[in-house]
Design a protein around this ligand. Structure first.
Ligand code: ADP
Ligand code: MG
Length: 396
């Protein structure tokens, strides 16, 4: 398959070449220990493949928000050991000051992590001099950090204009999955959009109504749509000032032939705490003192039937306040349905978003979806239909 961007397959002979590999190594740490090594693991295939092919692999990454100031607590030196352990090979560390000599001493197949790109103030402003300095270190550029691709920084965008650029394996997998979900999907396509607020996902909703056949709205944002339709939502999280916006989205969906699914039964409570007294009611029966905290079982079952008739699903945002039991029920149930349909081969399922990934993990189904993006901000911008600068710069 010919892609819009070049991959490691298009690099040709890399033996002895210095390859700058932009990874996302921005892992959470506590007491000097990596608490979630997902991102380190995601970087392994590209780094290992290039080293096996005899390249001199120079990993570039940011770590935290030093904002141009050298901060030893945000040195990538801290990640060299955990990264090396996961990789099962030695990894060196290269500081910017001594970079040229250190890199000149590396042999084909050697791997080094270069110091935090954000120790340069010009990294985040995509300063030409900083991108030039980074480009001096390498012969080729690989961007493997989809999760940083929504930012036009020197190491995520500027480098692609200075060196021949390629997508790493992780970037390639992410772009392929996203293309299957929204770029070139098999129809019918369903989108689940949930989460807290309409205001944070307006552009997502506007982009999706023109592209998907079924738009399933859940979470707190469903309350805003219900309220706009004249439903009394009591004390629910609700953006009443966005009623007109919600109406406009519903009208746009109707024009585009997109069926919008709002819940018709909901789980309510008067207190927001674990395992409070709850009622499951029709949306028209929410009392003034109650909050809608999850979609009801009847609506959830109906949504499962919608998915059974779809070929593609893209999901961002939980259907309820899933962190607080029992308001994870709808999210878990629909996620299980989607996972089962995916395993049966009838559905391509792609999900993303910080809380969405947490919810799918909680449901125990993340590995049974076709693809789960851990990219957060980049995933959302992609769902808004925006060109990600780091991806655009890799275009053939
Ligand atoms: P993501 O990180 O996947 O993009 P969001 O951040 O948009 O998702 O939304 C997740 C949050 O929405 C969760 O903290 C969840 O508790 C909250 N939420 C979902 N439904 C409701 C609801 N009915 N009332 C209040 N909060 C809700
Ligand atoms: Mg979130």
């Amino acid at each position: 398959m010919t892609r819009a961007f070049k991959t490691l397959d298009d690099m040709g002979e890399v033996r002895g070449k210095r390859v700058l590999v932009r990874e996302d190594l921005n892992v959470p740490m506590a007491d000097g220990q990596v608490t979630d090594d997902t991102r380190l693991r995601a970087a392994l295939p590209t780094v290992a493949e290039l080293a096996d092919r005899g390249a001199i692999v120079l990993v570039l990454a940011h770590f935290g928000r030093p904002e141009g100031v050298r901060d030893p607590k945000l040195s990538l030196a801290l990640l060299v050991r955990p990264f090396s352990q996961l990789l099962g090979r030695p990894v060196q560390f290269v500081d910017w000051d001594a970079a040229d000599d250190a890199i000149a001493a590396l042999r084909p197949g050697d791997i080094a992590v270069v110091e935090n790109t954000r120790f340069f103030a010009g990294e985040e402003t995509n300063d030409a001099a900083v991108a030039d300095r980074m480009a001096q270190l390498g012969d080729l550029y690989v961007n493997d950090a989809f999760s940083a691709a929504h930012r036009a920084h020197a190491s995520t965008e500027g480098l692609a204009h200075r060196l021949p650029g390629f997508a790493g394996r992780q970037m390639e997998a992410e772009l392929d999955a996203l293309d299957k979900a929204l770029g070139n999907p098999e129809h019918p396509v369903a989108a689940v959009v949930g989460g807290a607020k309409v205001s944070t996902k307006l552009n997502v909703l506007q982009h999706l109504v023109a592209r998907v056949d079924h738009l399933i709205i859940g979470g707190g944002m469903a309350n805003t749509f219900l309220a706009a339709r004249g439903v009394a939502v009591g004390k629910s999280l609700c953006e009443h000032d966005l009623a007109a916006t919600a109406e406009a989205i519903l009208a746009a969906a109707e024009r585009a032939g997109c069926t919008v699914h709002l819940p018709y039964d909901v789980v309510v409570a008067t207190e927001f705490k674990p395992n409070p007294m709850t009622r499951t009611v029709n949306v028209h029966e929410v009392a003034a003192a109650e909050m809608i905290l999850d979609i009801g079982p009847a609506a959830t079952e109906a949504l499962g039937d919608v998915l059974k008739n779809c070929r593609t699903l893209v999901w961002n945002g939980p259907l309820g306040a899933f962190e607080t039991p029992p308001f994870d029920a709808a999210t878990v149930a629909l996620a299980k349905t989607a996972a089962a349909l995916t395993q049966d081969g009838s559905l391509v399922s792609v999900a993303g978003g910080g809380d969405t990934v947490a919810a799918l993990n909680q449901a125990g189904v993340a590995d049974r979806f076709s693809f789960v993006s851990t990219a957060g901000g980049a995933f959302l911008e992609w769902m808004e239909g925006r060109q990600l600068p780091g991806v655009a710069a890799l275009k053939r």
